[in-house]
Design a protein around this ligand. Structure first.
Ligand SMILES: Cc1ncc(COP(=O)(O)O)c(C=O)c1O
Length: 396
């Protein structure tokens, strides 16, 4: 068990910054940095390349990383593809890899990220698939009942973001996936904003596929990402890229696809980042995922209470802290961009100013809100830091 103080000490970047933007990218602990340095100093090889001791060690470390990530989300190692460089790639692997047929349909949500929303729209155009969309309520929460109303026996995929990237609304993915399963549809959970900051268990959720990055709440390296899929479901996906390991040629005229995960892990991939991500998974489990979620929930409650008592500010997102993941959209009293620059300069604090850009943020645009601030909390943040943020907001 690692305390907040210990984790703060472990992350070099936190020694001179108050960091409230893990929903973009998180600073990483020294043990992850050590793995990256060790990789290039001691075994700068790649998966399946070479027969020397160092090359074999890289292979073993990649497999260990796969097992750690699997343990983190309650999967089996062979259900984990470690080659995607980010969430976008993993989502596209599913959406573009399914055996679509004209007349199929798919369901997505207005609060989904462009990384799934756009590829699904393209599938619609390319294959004659009807893409249906479910709108969330004012707090960013979608009702699974809407899925039950729209789903048909033609529905091939239900695609949903576990946690929204702007207002942090936590969706009832378990219920959504249950409805998909009952209708024989695949389900794809975009867990970019949940894995690492709350318990996420693929067995419990019951999803077919899940995508997430190493660099956000997992505190892993940039350029690392994961595609989870129940094994049969992974093997129904056509890989986007073919090459070494992904398939074998039959004579000069035909080929046979390898089984997953090999069929997706073709060519040289970023093994250093994969190994670093494996170390990050271990680190999260050393802290304890339940503790991380509890701590974030406490900070969130503190912040929402303070914001609520500050006239001239606005909050967008769930009011129930259990539905709020600790990724918070708000309007301070001043221009959001200026606010970010002010806290950066005066408090050494990083808070994002962002133009809500995804499909579901049409509502923000309709309300003439071109930009908001987003603060995202992690285990390494403290009540004192939240108080500092609140006091900066109060000052305006
Ligand atoms: C919910 C969600 N999905 C997908 C993405 C895309 O992630 P990546 O940059 O890892 O491709 C993001 C990025 O912020 C996100 O927040």
């Amino acid at each position: 068990m690692l305390t907040v103080e210990q984790v703060r000490k472990d992350i070099p970047y936190l020694q001179h910054r108050i960091y409230l933007d893990c929903a973009s990218v998180s600073p990483v602990p020294q043990c992850v940095i050590d793995e990256l340095v060790k990789f290039y100093q001691e075994h700068p090889y790649n998966y399946g390349v070479g027969d020397c001791e160092e090359a074999i060690l890289v292979g073993k470390k990649v497999e260990a990383a796969r097992a750690s990530v699997a343990k983190l989300i309650g999967a089996k190692p062979e259900e984990i593809v470690v080659s995607p460089k980010n969430t976008t790639e993993a989502l596209n692997m599913v959406i573009n890899g399914l055996p679509w047929e004209k007349g199929d349909d798919a369901i997505q949500f207005n609060i989904d990220h462009r990384s799934s929303f756009l590829p699904l729209l393209r599938v619609g155009k390319r294959y004659g698939v009807t893409v249906k969309m479910i709108k969330s309520n004012e707090e960013g929460i979608s009702d699974p009942e809407e899925v039950a109303k729209l789903i048909t026996d033609k529905t091939k995929l239900v695609s949903v973001s576990h946690v929204n990237n702007i207002h942090g609304a936590l969706q009832n993915v378990k219920e959504i996936c249950k409805i998909a399963n009952e209708h024989g549809a695949y389900s794809l959970v975009d867990a970019a904003q949940s894995v690492g900051r709350m318990p996420v268990n693929v067995q419990d959720i019951g999803c077919t596929y899940m995508a997430f990055p190493g660099r956000k709440h997992m505190m892993g390296p940039q350029g690392s990402g994961v595609l989870y899929g129940a094994l049969d479901a992974l093997n129904t996906l056509e890989p986007m890229i073919l090459g070494i390991r992904a398939a074998n040629e039959i004579g000069y005229t035909d080929y046979e696809l390898a089984k997953s995960p090999k069929r997706f892990e073709t060519g040289i991939f970023d093994c250093a980042s994969v190994i670093g991500m494996g170390r990050a998974s271990e680190y999260l489990m050393e802290i304890g995922i339940d503790r991380i979620r509890r701590h974030i929930e406490e900070l969130t409650a503190l912040f929402l209470d303070g914001l609520n008592k500050t006239p001239g500010t606005r909050y967008f997102g769930p009011t129930d802290v259990k539905r709020q993941s600790g990724i918070i959209a708000f309007l301070p009293k001043m221009d959001p961009k200026k606010f970010s620059q002010k806290v950066d300069k005066e408090l050494n604090m990083i808070v994002k100013a962002t133009a809500p850009g995804s499909p579901g943020y049409k509502e923000f645009r309709d309300k003439n809100i071109p930009m908001i601030n987003r603060a995202s909390f992690h285990y390494y943040n403290t009540e004192e830091e939240i108080e500092k943020l609140l006091s900066a907001i109060k000052k305006g």
